[in-house]
Design a protein around this ligand. Structure first.
Ligand code: WTA
Length: 651
């Protein structure tokens, strides 16, 4: 990360929007002006213009009980109707909603009319299974159209979805099901990844064996992988027998703007993932507003592709809710970028004439490594805007993205936001902002941020400090599911009524923001958040482990990589034949407990960990080791010679 930040500090390139792009841009300066003049009025206008309300709201923001915000709260709407029915009613039923591409090469084209039909059927089927307003439904699916259909069907009923990424383990799924007390799980037999079928239904079966709550009554299963699955006739139902045969007539009810829409679990600084809660009207307003203006969406002609899985917030806000509320035509792809060949993504861009591409720096860096000859085999000239999200994008990757993928002259927008913020908070607006490679740049209109030091004093100039959001925003999280105290402690205790994001940032002399990475024990691996504490507790749960410390070390491709330092129990250290095997066993153990994304890049077996006199592990020193740097200041260690011992063991 440090090398990256050094580059960022030296970066001085600027790119003016081209006059042609600016002339057709959706966004214009007046957005900033009206938001500055009357911030709440601005958001109220956006909510009224971008969404269809069954009952108009009269109150914009209620912040009388911070940090619990209410936006547009006397208004009523149905989120699914906003994403579907109203477009069909406006005569856009034949517009393509999704070009879906399966990994093995099968594909489906789904129009807004068809998607609306399918969501109505699924809503009827779920209602028949007893799903009611406020009930929680867990969704554990590959990137197939049924994932989007399921989310919207749940939303249509006023129930709450909790999408769990298909790469998470049975344990992770079980704890999420328990925490949300889900009554129904929607899954598939399996999906395609890296040329093979990976099983999902068997993981659900295992998870339900582990879930302690026993809340799940029904499991709805999409047939996709055609892999063998066990069947529990009292509990399991096939999608094609249940949804396909349900009626496509469904009268949607309107719900209050503050009605919960979804829970999405994300890693925090402690071992237990947090269930981030989002509600309806404010969330949809900001998702739609940012999707339209940051991506310069012209829904009648653009083909937009966000490569995120719906298991992450990016998939929620920029595959499902923002784009569908805006009536966009999208591509979704089930599989991995390099299957069956390394040009697969570029082949898809060419096949569907993608105009807007939104992806993560880690993907861009892996393509850079493979070389420009791969994308150059395909016609990418339809692309007119590129987006980045998930971690700071290093200027080299930004420039490569713009030149090799974008042909050298199209805008690249780097978007900073979080699961908690629900929608983009800091980004250039294409056609308006002069672009700076490596900087997320400016708060979007209607968003107020600041940089503070640890005591809450505003920081000016180069040094940087902590990023805070100083005013409530429409798509802000409304809490942590079932844990209001943790919500207050995590985000609001530090600076009173200002939201503490957990990221470091600095602001340059032009007022542009540069993100500097997490300031807490959250790691960012390939744009995915992982907590050091969660992986440490998984490691110590293994019978061989006495103690473990985990750090995020800089990695050329994934941004950060998980590196673990483990002390074995005396009895096990002797029994273990070769230390390399032990490391491998522990790596696999973490992958099976949490999911493959959490598998440590390296597990070092050591005899000691560096601790302060009060017993706190000094991860900073371990990070120095993991990144191959000179070890920093060790004077606060209880035993200052310990790092030499550990270094020798790591080498
Ligand atoms: C990081 C993903 C720098 C940041 C939408 C944040 C970024 C965390 C950027 C949230 C960016 C995301 N520049 N850092 N453009 N985008 N991050 O919840 O550390 O998965 O706090 O949301 O990713 O990750 P999350």
């Amino acid at each position: 990360m440090n090398a990256q930040i050094d580059h960022a500090l030296e970066e001085i390139r600027r790119f003016r929007p081209s006059p042609e792009f600016a002339a057709q841009a959706v966004a214009d300066e007046s957005l900033y002006e009206s938001a500055r003049a009357d911030r709440l009025g601005f958001w109220a206008d956006q909510a009224r213009t971008l969404l269809q309300w069954e009952k108009p709201f009269t109150r914009t923001l209620d912040w009388s009980n911070p940090p619990f915000a209410k936006w547009f709260d006397d208004g009523e709407l149905n989120v699914a109707v906003n994403c579907l029915d109203r477009h069909v009613e406006a005569g856009l039923g034949d517009r393509v909603a999704f070009y879906w591409e399966g990994e093995p090469g099968d594909s489906r084209i789904i129009t807004y009319a068809q998607l609306t039909d399918e969501v109505k059927r699924a809503a009827n089927a779920l209602a028949d299974l007893g799903v009611r307003e406020g009930d929680r439904v867990a969704i554990y699916l590959p990137m197939i159209p049924e994932a989007v259909v399921s989310m919207l069907a749940v939303a249509r009923l006023g129930a709450i979805h909790s999408v769990v990424f298909g790469g998470f383990s049975a344990d992770s799924l079980a704890s999420r099901i328990d925490d949300a007390e889900a009554s129904v799980v929607i899954t598939a037999d399996g999906g395609y990844r890296k040329g093979r079928v990976f099983p999902l239904k068997p993981v659900v079966d295992e998870a339900l064996g582990k879930a302690e709550g026993g809340t799940v009554r029904k499991v709805l299963v999409v047939k996709r992988g055609e892999n063998e699955v066990d069947w529990n006739a009292d509990r399991d139902l096939w999608w094609h027998e249940t949804v396909a045969t349900a009626s496509n007539e469904h009268e949607a009810q309107a719900f209050g703007a503050e009605h919960p829409l979804f829970i999405l679990y994300t890693s925090g600084t402690t071992g237990k993932p947090k269930g981030i809660l989002h509600t309806s009207g404010g969330y949809l307003t900001q998702a739609a507003f940012t999707h339209r203006n940051v991506f310069d969406l012209h829904p009648e002609r653009d083909v937009y592709w966000c490569t995120a899985d719906v298991g992450w917030i990016t998939g929620h806000s920029y595959v499902v809710y923002g784009p569908l509320a805006n009536g966009a035509t999208q591509v979704i792809y089930e599989g991995t970028p390099d299957t069956p060949h390394p040009g697969r993504w570029w082949e898809i861009v060419e096949k569907y004439g993608v105009t807007i591409l939104y992806t993560a720096p880690t993907a861009i860096r892996s393509f850079m490594k493979l070389g420009r000859q791969i994308p150059h085999e395909f016609n990418l000239r339809t692309l007119r805007l590129l987006g980045s999200v998930g971690e700071p994008i290093n200027p080299e990757a930004w420039i490569w993205y713009r030149h090799v993928i974008g042909g050298g002259s199209i805008p690249v927008v780097d978007t900073w936001w979080q699961t908690e913020t629900g929608a983009i908070m800091i980004s250039a607006l294409p056609g308006i902002t002069d672009l700076k490679p490596g900087a997320a740049q400016v708060p979007v209109p209607g968003i107020e941020v600041a940089i503070l030091d640890d005591d809450g004093t505003p920081v000016h100039g180069e040094g940087g400090g902590l990023l805070v959001i100083t005013e409530p925003w429409p798509s802000m999280l409304r809490g942590i599911w079932g844990d209001p105290e943790r919500f207050k402690e995590t985000y609001w205790e530090k600076f009173g009524d200002k939201y503490f994001a957990g990221d470091g940032a600095r602001r340059d002399e032009d007022g542009d923001f540069w993100l500097l990475g997490r300031v807490d024990d959250v790691m960012n691996v390939s744009g995915h958040r992982l907590s050091t504490a969660e992986i440490e507790s998984s490691l110590v749960a293994h019978p061989w482990t006495a103690e473990a410390a985990v750090v995020g070390a800089a990695d050329e491709t994934t941004g950060q990589a998980v590196v673990a330092f483990v002390i074995l129990k005396q009895s096990q250290a002797e029994a273990a034949s070769t230390l390399e095997d032990v490391s491998e066993v522990l790596r696999k153990h973490v992958a099976s407990q949490i999911g493959a994304i959490a598998r440590p890049r390296q597990v070092f077996i050591v005899n000691e960990l560096p601790k302060t006199r009060s017993g706190k592990i000094m991860r900073r020193l371990l990070r120095d080791l993991a990144e191959g740097r000179e070890v920093g200041d060790t004077t606060t260690l209880a035993d200052t010679s310990i790092m030499q011992v550990i270094s020798a063991q790591v080498r």
